[in-house]
Design a protein around this ligand. Structure first.
Ligand code: FAD
Length: 452
């Protein structure tokens, strides 16, 4: 039995559910598949930190309300950043900040229910196996249904929203799609996270905590995101290159942090991975699009991907509506999604992947020095991470901090990094509107990211 849809979406995470809602409310026939049973969709190992603004911005397209009432477990006023030795605490306060910690399950369930109310058909407990490719077009998928039988489903457009697994992307021909099949170990962060109820009252729960201890979280950081005065979303990431078990490292952190976690109650724990790199150089091919983690659209410096994924879903949905109206779902017909995403969110986030590669090998001793010598100001961090630009003030502070030391080589390297970031940003801002101009653009990207 084959079932025919306008759009088949694989994965009901934040990206897939939002796309399903946006497309179904436009009257399209949408199938949304997830390998999880419905009751577990929305359970995700995640820090759960985001901003309501990401959702508000796209509400006119998606018709999905931003996180509300009990979907928000904590409003965020700012962040406390700790040096690896915990001696320095840098406080970042974003004026008019819109940060929130969400109940990922409740929000995920509500967006899913909105999509279903708008008419999307959910196939839960359905494991997608591979794309169906006919005459160089993705025309559908093969999946194992609830009854364990292998079935086929066709869609005029298929969306891979299966997260870091990228179940469809990894089965396409990279020479035709210009998408990467595998992610390099240096671009994958292995994480472990727990939600714990704690006995002592958490001081200032409106501040999220980030600890840059490279001896515990090598290449990553430890996070503690309060969910009210007595509950914590805590976890850490270690870069896959180092082949360290994040769960063991997390247990070490808990042992080191007895004051808060002694007698705490584990509510939920688990491991998952987050891609930390630039987005896929191309997010569309004939009949298929990538959104969210399958398109590696996460911010490379902090792993934030919820806001980006729902915005990508909204952009993809507007492109699909036009492509179906024009009866053209070829790569050219779907190209506008590339243009929208690359010129906006990729232009901000992709250059940060260059910075990430520079920062990751830094040992705790250097990071301690950066904190102790006040090389980084709160403004540098807030502005730099939000915009992808590093201010010249940061460079001046860096020079001052290391004056007299023989680290000219490192400083020159850092200047080179900033220049490469600028070049990358300009390239993304000028992503070609015409697919015919894509290859020269990609060659420049590969060069800047050191891949040719
Ligand atoms: C530990 C961790 C902490 C994070 N913390 C934050 C944070 O604090 N803030 C933030 O903004 N972002 C954070 N992120 C990133 C964020 O979770 C994602 O970027 C975002 O939710 C987008 O996810 P997605 O919808 O693309 O994929 P996912 O949420 O991974 O959803 C993919 C869906 O596809 C389904 N699926 C997979 N394979 C198949 C298959 N073969 N067949 C059918 N279904 C399939 C899965 O069951 C899942 O429901 C974190 C990520 C991790 C791993």
């Amino acid at each position: 039995m084959t079932t025919n849809y306008d759009v088949v979406i694989v994965g009901a995470g934040t990206a897939g559910s939002m796309a399903a809602a946006a497309l179904a409310n436009k009257g399209l026939k949408v199938a949304l598949l997830d390998r999880q049973p419905k009751a577990k969709i929305g359970v995700k190992i995640c820090g759960d930190a985001t901003s309501g603004e990401h959702f508000k911005r796209i509400q006119p397209i998606t018709k999905v309300d931003p996180p509300k009432s009990d979907e928000v477990v904590q409003k965020v006023a700012g962040a406390w950043l700790y040096s690896p030795d915990r001696e320095i605490k840098l406080e970042l306060v974003e004026k008019g900040g819109t940060g929130i910690i969400i109940d990922r399950f409740k929000l995920g369930m509500r967006v899913l229910e909105d999509a279903i109310d708008f008419g999307a058909e959910l196939y839960d407990d359905s494991m997608v196996k591979e794309p169906i490719i006919t005459n160089d077009y993705v025309t559908g998928i093969k999946y194992r249904g609830k009854d364990k039988n292998i079935r086929e489903m066709t869609g005029k457009v298929v969306i891979d929203a299966s997260g870091i697994i990228g179940v469809l992307r990894t089965k396409l021909n990279p020479e035709k799609t210009f998408m990467d099949l595998e992610l390099a170990a240096k671009d994958v962060c292995n994480c472990y996270r727990e939600i714990r109820d704690v006995e002592p009252e958490i001081e200032s729960p409106e501040f999220i905590r980030l600890i840059f201890d490279q001896d515990v979280a090598k290449g990553g950081y430890i996070w503690e995101f309060p969910r009210g005065p007595h509950s914590m979303n805590a976890g850490l990431g270690v870069m896959r290159t180092y082949q360290i078990n994040p769960h063991k490292q997390f247990d070490l952190f808990i042992k080191q942090s007895k004051a808060l976690y002694e007698n705490s109650k584990l509510i939920h724990g688990g491991a998952w991975r987050v891609p930390l790199r630039r987005p896929q150089d191309n997010l569309v091919w004939n009949g298929i699009m990538l959104i969210g983690d399958s398109g590696t659209q996460v911010k490379p410096t902090d792993g934030g991907g919820i806001g980006i994924s729902v915005n990508a879903a909204a952009m993809a949905s507007t492109t699909i509506v036009s492509a179906l109206e024009n009866d053209n779902v070829s790569m050219e017909g779907l190209w506008d999604y590339n243009v929208q995403f690359m010129r906006s969110l990729a232009a901000i986030n992709a250059p940060l992947a260059i910075m990430k590669d520079f920062i990751i090998p830094m040992p705790s001793s250097i990071i301690n020095e950066i904190f102790h010598k006040e090389v980084l100001g709160a403004d540098d961090l807030l502005y730099g991470n939000a915009s992808g630009n590093i201010s010249s003030g940061f460079m001046v502070n860096l020079l001052r901090a290391w004056r007299g030391k023989r680290i000219l080589g490192t400083l020159l390297k850092f200047r080179g990094i900033l220049k490469r970031m600028d070049k990358a940003r300009t390239l993304y801002e000028n992503f070609p509107a015409d697919p015919a101009n894509y290859h020269p653009w990609r060659d420049k990207i590969l060069k800047i990211y050191g891949e040719i």
